[in-house]
Design a protein around this ligand. Sequence first.
Ligand SMILES: O=P(O)(O)OC[C@@H](O)[C@@H](O)c1c[nH]c2ccccc12
Length: 389
Amino acid sequence: MEGLVSMKTASGISFHSIPSPNQRPNFFLRRSSMDLQHRRFHFPSIRAQQSGTIFPGKEGEEDSLKVREWEVGMLQNEVAASQGIRIRRRPPSGPPLHYVGPFEFRLQNEGNTPRNILEEIVWHKDVEVSQMKEKKPLLSLKKVIENAPPTRDFVGSLKAAHLRTGLPGLIAEVKKASPSRGILRENFDPVEIARAYEKGGAACLSVLTDEKYFKGSFENLEAIRNAGVKCPLLCKEFVIDAWQIYCARIKGADAILLIAAVLPDLDIRYMIKICKMLGLAALVEVHDEREMDRVLGIEGIELIGINNRNLETFEVDISNTKKLLEGERGQMICKKDIIVVGESGLFTPDDVAYVQEAGVKAVLVGESIVKQSDPGKGISGLFGKDISL
Ligand SMILES: O=P(O)(O)OC[C@@H](O)[C@@H](O)c1c[nH]c2ccccc12
């Protein structure tokens, strides 16, 4: 068995030890036909192990591959579902070319139609990433990283801000639009906004890189980094593949978001190792108790984000932060010395005080500050006082 180190579990699969990224086939992270072809050439033993089939000829081989691709996809969704993950990965056949009507009216359980906005984003990301990977294979990214400047200390900066102000450290988000709110700022200059945030006392910045749904880009991230902004930068992406983490590192990120509603435990574990290797912090985002419990079971997590917005329905409720930090969960977080970030829906000093009271040492804020004509002043409004140095 090349690359793959022992697999099993009752409902799914687990690697007993995680090989290095060049050894590990992207078995759980991707399953496009491109990857299957990649595995076919680079990991023949996996194919043999999975199928136990000797392909008779080219056509038979294609058919067997399709079956295999389908099976891998099913398996991946099964593993995810066993962990309570509702977001399914894109079926190999893809969604139909055009949808009819809004989500509520789409046929449920049809399999090849996304069931909610998060699933739609993730399916679109699947296609996008496989195209980007084709243009810039992982190996070429690794070469660039060898000469990249070091990353900045994202967690350290949050802790220092908290110590300095006595308030939660601010991760200020450079966000042009969102599927739930539409365009937030028309004259959107990412570098100007980033500079205003830094001047206004932000500890770190979050830069949305998703183009289709949030009107962000990796170019924005790169431009902010190259403009001499000193705050550590979070790459706000829908990560489904380790390739994106390497890409973020090249574009100047110091931290990356990993969403527990999308990634099974094994992927989170694997990606955290990659982040450590690349000097990036990982902000692992949860929205409910089950996701929090999963994430608390994973070693090596320093930062947990509690999203007050449900990414499947867009509902926002800041009491979610409080709910997830009550009782044993809160105690475990203290014991493990994890920094919790309260995310989304924070508009007023009272909101900030509420999540601080609940136990967060950092907040992630977009809409309420990016909408202000001077986003730096927006920060004073949010905290009720000037928090710049
Ligand atoms: O604009 P708000 O409500 O202040 O939210 C910021 C941030 O929390 C939100 O953009 C966010 C949190 N998690 C995400 C995951 C993907 C995209 C966006 C997000």
